[in-house]
Design a protein around this ligand. Sequence first.
Ligand SMILES: *[C@@H]1O[C@H](CO)[C@@H](O)[C@H](O)[C@H]1NC(C)=O
Ligand SMILES: *[C@@H]1O[C@H](CO)[C@@H](O)[C@H](O)[C@H]1NC(C)=O
Ligand SMILES: *[C@@H]1O[C@H](CO)[C@@H](O)[C@H](O)[C@H]1NC(C)=O
Length: 405
Amino acid sequence: MKDTTKKPTRAASRLGGRLIGVASMLLFVSLGFVLGVTSSNAMFIRYYLPFMPPSLRSSAAPSSSSPPPLTTPPTPPSQPPQPPPPQNPQLRSAGFLSPSGVMHNMTDEELYWRASMAPMVRRTPVSRVPKVAFLFLVRGELPLRPLWEKFFAGHEGRYSIYVHAHPSYTGSPPPDSAFYGRYIPSQITKWGDASLVEAERRLLANALLDLGNERFALFSEACIPVYDFPTVYAFLTGSDTSFVDCYENGGSRSRYRPFFATRNITLARWRKGAQWFEMDRALALESVADDSCFPAFRDFCVGRRECLIDEHYLPTLVSLLGWGRRNANRTLTYADWKRPVNRHPHTHGADEVTEERIREIRDEGGRRCFYNGARKGICNLFARKFSPDTLQPLLRLAPKVMGFG
Ligand SMILES: *[C@@H]1O[C@H](CO)[C@@H](O)[C@H](O)[C@H]1NC(C)=O
Ligand SMILES: *[C@@H]1O[C@H](CO)[C@@H](O)[C@H](O)[C@H]1NC(C)=O
Ligand SMILES: *[C@@H]1O[C@H](CO)[C@@H](O)[C@H](O)[C@H]1NC(C)=O
């Protein structure tokens, strides 16, 4: 616990009265919450806040016409029945439990500091349903937005959406869209650049501001879901691991540079992996609180055209944190690496979107993938890359193959 309290205190004196959120922080303290960045050695608490058991199947049963999933869908974690705690309207309206919008005026420094705060009291005095935060890192428009809207339809209260677009983008989805009003304050990003990872951390930090978000998944505009929402939700909220692609091989080691040794990142800790993560709140907190691994990568990238930070930063952080069995070391987002183009996976066009192809992606890996220690997991909940012209064929196939729409 040595320096867990130091960080916020130092930052607090620096920020002084500038931060609007300080008032709500005082409320935190008075409620008995303890501010602090969890250290990687702190006792791990799987869910930072207990929650009401998800009653998915009853309220959101998939339509009877949809075919049964090929693999057994994971069952949500069983919680001992508890009487619902009394609801205090003042606590409810305190804003920090569930912010009403995503816009704010915080700088990145203020945002990360604010987002890194976590209550240490395990039992919360309010009942809540855990949410999955869907983080979209895009240029502007989401060409496949109508597919995602069908995916989310009817499941309000169990997800939250955050979109990081190019700051020059001024468009907006229609007011009846699940994506409406969900564009967060953004900065310019460049592929293969530290600014891209910065944008991922900004998305995570914005989503952490909502204490209801328990799982965090990253997507691009070329990503699609290949299962329906109830399956995805039960899988993610019921999992005892995060899903950050993380591996070590000769190819990844060849990218290691001695510079990293000077920043305490040894070759033994160096990892590689695709950046499309699905992580829990504990790891999301560590990511936004990281003040040594990310700066090392950012400094390394200065003046380099390609520093490959997107493929190495997060896996290496997870390895440095010693996350061990709390990470599944794989992503849940399928990519077709059998036909790569310039070190990017194959992009599916409209003519490739067939029932067989989507079923192939859903079944890929078969029973090879582990889930909560058992060999019956689904390997891929999501897939990339799909070009804008795949929208119509995907909308046509979704009810039959993916179980929604
Ligand atoms: C941000 O600051 C501007 C100018 O001070 C203010 O008009 C606006 O309401 C603020 N936005 C939010 C979300 O606080
Ligand atoms: C590296 O780790 C050592 C031991 O924990 C610490 O004293 C040192 O300050 C660290 N150096 C950097 C650059 O983080
Ligand atoms: C993930 O990899 C680490 C080593 O890097 C290992 O200790 C851990 O057990 C792996 N996780 C699972 C769920 O197998």
